[in-house]
Write a protein that binds this ligand. Structure first.
Ligand code: PMT
Length: 256
């Protein structure tokens, strides 16, 4: 790949997994390490782009390559904005994307969050006294029959679909991922194609997750789809190699 390919371009990349608070000590989360998104951000900076990484709960060890990527001659810049929850991420992505040529949503964003997170730690041992489910910020983890209280959830905004419906910068390129489970590639692709049509991103990279695939320090394999769900490209390798494939596709789609 030509290192100059993204000089002067502005990219926003989200990475990591959001944490949705249940109370001050507990959260609903997922297994994303942030590695694939950091690999994309690092490779883009190495190609000369000015990159903003919107980071959800990524360890310093995983973030390290981003700093190193800006040291090479001809490299661009990189900045990190922390966004631990889906709502934080929506605000950060929309604000940073207002001056971006392309946005890549590699983060695993929780689809739901607890509707009323406890303001103090929810107690385990507290007998039910006939009260209803522990909603409304009650700090008692007991349900109506003395069993565990249900955690009421509300839907988070779909950040990717929102970017497509209402782009912060007209004409910018919107790229998403689809994390699919299942053993049959055909099943994962069928789900990915439905997601491509539903979300409408210019490019959607479908990758398998679960059973040691997708999350963490492992190789990755992607099938990239267009908004109609048709295959544009596919590739596999290290997360850095998958990042280069996606950046080639992005670079050739940016206006000259
Ligand atoms: O972080 P790693 O350990 O390296 O693992 C990489 C990865 C598997 C997390 C990554 O390659 C990946 O697939 N990221 C997307 C995970 C995901 O949330 O997929 P999804 O199919 O649930 O969502 C589809 C797309 O919509 C994604 O671009 C996601 O960022 C976006 N989304 C989802 C929900 C939501 N509320 N808002 C969103 O914008």
């Amino acid at each position: 790949a030509c290192p100059e390919q993204l000089s002067g371009r502005r990219l926003v990349v989200s990475a990591g997994g959001t944490h949705e608070p249940i109370d001050p000590v507990r959260f609903i989360g997922n297994r994303s390490s942030g590695r694939q998104g950091v690999a994309i951000a690092s490779a883009a900076a190495a190609r000369g782009a000015d990159v903003v990484l919107i980071a959800a709960n990524i360890s310093p060890e995983v973030l390290a390559p981003l700093g190193e990527s800006t040291a090479a001659p001809g490299a661009g810049t990189a900045r990190i904005v922390e966004a631990p929850t889906a709502l934080d991420m929506e605000a950060a992505v929309r604000s940073e994307a207002s001056s971006a040529d392309a946005v890549v949503m590699a983060a695993a964003v929780a689809d739901f969050r607890p509707s009323h997170p406890g303001i103090s730690k929810i107690k385990k041992h507290r007998l039910a006294d006939g009260a209803g489910p522990a909603t409304g910020g009650a700090d008692e983890a007991v349900g109506p029959a003395g069993g565990p209280a249900p955690i009421e959830l509300v839907a988070n905004p779909d950040i990717l679909a929102g970017l497509v419906a209402d782009p912060p910068q007209p004409g910018q390129l919107i790229v998403g991922f689809a994390a699919e489970t299942g053993d049959e590639e055909g099943d994962a692709l069928a789900h990915g194609a439905a997601k491509a049509r539903r979300k409408g991103a210019h490019l959607l990279a479908v990758n398998a997750v679960g059973d040691g695939r997708g999350f963490g320090d492992v190789p990755n394999a992607v099938v990239v789809l267009d908004p109609q769900g048709a295959e544009v490209a596919r590739g596999e390798g290290t997360k850095a190699e998958v990042a280069e494939l996606l950046l080639d596709l992005i670079a050739e789609r940016l206006p000259r």
